[in-house]
Design a protein around this ligand. Structure first.
Ligand code: SF4
Length: 657
């Protein structure tokens, strides 16, 4: 098999040769297969050639329908073959990585029309895999043990055998369990508190096996932003522990929907501390022979950690619309943290002596040292700095303290942008007021290339957008919105995507449906009820069904009549959780600098779900009373609409069916 899809000339630099071939693809090969020649796509290809030739970072802002994915895929594949290292395509979330590799997706399209074999493998996030340890617990749990017993029995035979594995394969992916809802899945999937490094099932675990599979990819590894950032963040630590980094050496990275990278980076850089995990870890040490002083420090630390978590419970409260608890940091908490840190210092010092005596198992010792180091870093941030965001999350096994740095740019600058490789940010929304500086600054990118190209579609003729006036109130009641949603759904006989700003609102609508007789017989899919890629595939194939979602404002790509109607339940302002509270605190005008830009960007993305091809058309309905009472807000929303599209406010009674 030829390494390149063109005649390679070794005496000449590779990137211009890739560029020439890419031009042939867009001018000749794809048009012969029925694709149209798109000027925007060819322009983008020339821009990307510069970034790959000079190993630079590029912000590639391109509207829907420009065919941007095909451009970055072609460069990435050829560049990977030249360097003999895969390129990474990082998508905003797990449902988007599935869209890229689906049978009618862009990779399959290229393979078919260019006659290429493309080696593209998925590197899914750790929490997308079943954990054998947790499955064991779930099987003996009082909640639905039969469900987990069945899953256990259907695992590949080699999982249950102790002898060497002749033939093994990856398994345990979330996608293989579409019937489980998110809650059921979370009882058996990997979570950050699983200690894989010391797990005796590691070599038979589906997650380990999948990692071995995607590492061998010759062309592309497709993962989520979260997973890429997890790789960046754990790279040094894993190497220190003698483990392979999550991703192999790679030659380039593309961040699709790159405007979302900052939040993925923040999420990956979080520290999580949980009392039962800490207690279990250090109690394991107590089973060894050790000096009494160490045993005393361990007992003290357990007691102090327990006390700290009691205080966290006392000084935190639930945030509506979020699963996070707001922590009221005060003197008592800071003192409890100091006392715990003193005990941790003591354990760390004692472990230095113990390691010289060789009483403790070396592996175990390293795990404990790593965990203590992480706790010390996190707790010192908690004690002394204004530059962190913290919150607590609740679970049946107790509170987790989560600590996240506010600024991630130093880490990104050092561990991503300084690596001398091309980095592509691709999205329809990267610039603010025609400048990329805001994004570049927040991500720590000091030198970059950039360009913008608009969508070639006729939005004015194919998209209708309205904000119906439901009453004269300052806000609409749930019942008013539900009735408006019913009218909008009847208008297109389903074929709709309903976008909610929170899980609570989605749940309330779901519970209200049985009492809305007009909707009898209409088929609904709800995010969280089943595995997301199955939910999306069913929505696409069942033309008159309705999809209700919270996270699909971005990236969902359903061309054709199945998605002819987008209903925005309310304007998607950011939640009132600690991450946004911290951003607001830093801003001179929080609403203008934080809430409004977030809402406009998300709304623009949500609106972008409707027209995915030149032939698509349909309507968008925004259920917002503020759009009738706040002229400035209305002007801002009008400002993000595609050229020529005007926000109208027909009363519901005037809607045509
Ligand atoms: S290796 Fe990790 S994910 Fe796999 S079974 Fe063990 S603890 Fe669970």
């Amino acid at each position: 098999m030829n390494r390149y899809p063109f005649e390679y000339e070794p005496s000449k630099p590779i990137v211009p040769q890739i560029g020439e071939w890419v031009a042939d693809v867009f001018y000749d090969i794809l048009p012969e297969a029925g694709f149209e020649v798109r000027d925007e796509q060819i322009y983008m290809a020339f821009q990307l050639e510069k970034a790959f030739a000079d190993k630079q970072t590029i912000f590639a802002e391109a509207g829907v329908g420009t065919g941007k994915t095909l451009v970055y895929l072609l460069y990435s594949i050829c560049y990977a073959r030249y360097h003999r290292k895969p390129a990474i395509i990082a998508c905003a979330d797990e449902s988007l990585i599935e869209q890229l590799v689906k049978p009618e997706g862009d990779i399959a399209k290229l393979a078919r029309h260019l006659g290429m074999t493309i080696d593209a493998r998925l590197g899914k996030s750790q929490d997308r895999y079943l954990c054998l340890k947790k499955l064991d617990n779930a099987r003996t749990d009082y909640e639905e043990p039969e469900l987990y017993k069945d899953i256990y029995e259907q695992l590949p035979a080699f999982v249950h055998k102790s002898e060497g594995m002749q033939a093994f394969h990856a398994y345990g992916d979330r996608k293989q369990y579409p019937h489980l809802n998110d809650e059921q899945w979370e009882r058996m999937n990997w979570d950050p508190f699983q200690d894989c490094f010391v797990c005796d099932k590691r070599h038979r675990c589906g997650q380990t096996l999948s990692r071995e599979h995607y590492r061998q990819s010759a062309d592309l590894i497709i993962c989520s932003h979260d997973f890429y950032m997890e790789h960046v963040w754990t790279y040094e630590g894993r190497k220190r522990e003698g483990q392979l980094p999550l991703l192999p050496e790679h030659c380039a990275v593309v961040f699709d929907e790159g405007h979302l990278l900052e939040s993925a980076a923040q999420k990956a850089l979080t520290y999580r501390i949980k009392h039962p995990i800490f207690e279990e870890l250090v109690t394991r040490l107590l089973k060894n022979e050790m000096r009494e002083t160490l045993a005393v420090f361990i007992d003290d630390a357990i007691e102090r950690s327990e006390r700290l978590f009691e205080l966290l419970e006392k000084h935190s409260d639930a945030i509506a619309g979020s699963d996070r608890r707001h922590i009221h940091v005060n003197k008592e908490l800071i003192q409890a943290v100091s006392r715990l840190r003193e005990s941790l210092d003591g354990i760390e010092e004692e472990l230095v002596f113990e390691s010289e005596l060789y009483n403790l198992d070396g592996y175990q010792l390293r795990i404990v040292e790593e965990h203590l180091e992480m706790m010390q870093k996190a707790l010192s941030l908690f004690q002394s700095s204004d530059s962190l965001i913290c919150w607590a999350t609740d679970s049946p096994t107790g509170l987790t303290l989560v600590i996240m740095p506010k600024a991630v740019k130093e880490v990104l600058r050092e561990r991503v942008f300084a690596l001398n490789m091309p980095v592509v940010f691709s999205s329809a929304t990267l610039s603010v007021n025609d400048s990329f500086d805001y994004l570049a600054y927040s991500l720590g990118v000091s030198k970059y290339l950039s360009f913008s190209v608009d969508s070639p579609y006729d939005y004015e003729g194919r998209m209708e957008i309205s904000a119906p006036r439901l009453s004269n109130g300052q806000s609409y009641s749930f019942e008013e919105k539900a009735q408006a949603a019913v009218q909008a759904l009847l208008r297109t006989e389903g074929r709709a995507l309903l976008l909610f700003p929170s899980r609570e609102e989605l749940k309330r609508f779901k519970e209200a449906i049985p009492a809305l007789p007009e909707l009898f017989g209409m088929r609904f899919g709800f995010e969280g009820d089943r595995e997301i890629s199955h939910l999306i595939a069913d929505f696409q194939s069942d033309e008159t069904s309705v999809l209700c979602a919270v996270t699909l404002w971005e990236g969902l790509d359903i061309p054709g009549p199945s998605l002819s109607n987008v209903i925005v339940w309310s304007l998607p302002y950011p939640p009132n959780d600690p991450v946004f509270m911290a951003k607001r605190q830093e801003a001179a005008s929080p609403f203008e600098e934080v809430d409004m830009p977030y809402m406009l960007l998300r709304l623009k993305q949500g609106i972008g779900r409707l027209i995915r091809t030149r032939d698509d058309s349909g309507s968008i309905t925004i259920l917002s009373a503020e759009l009738h009472s706040d002229a400035e807000l209305r002007a801002q929303v009008q400002g993000i609409l595609p050229q020529g599209v005007v926000l109208r406010d027909h009363p519901l009674s005037e809607w045509k069916r």
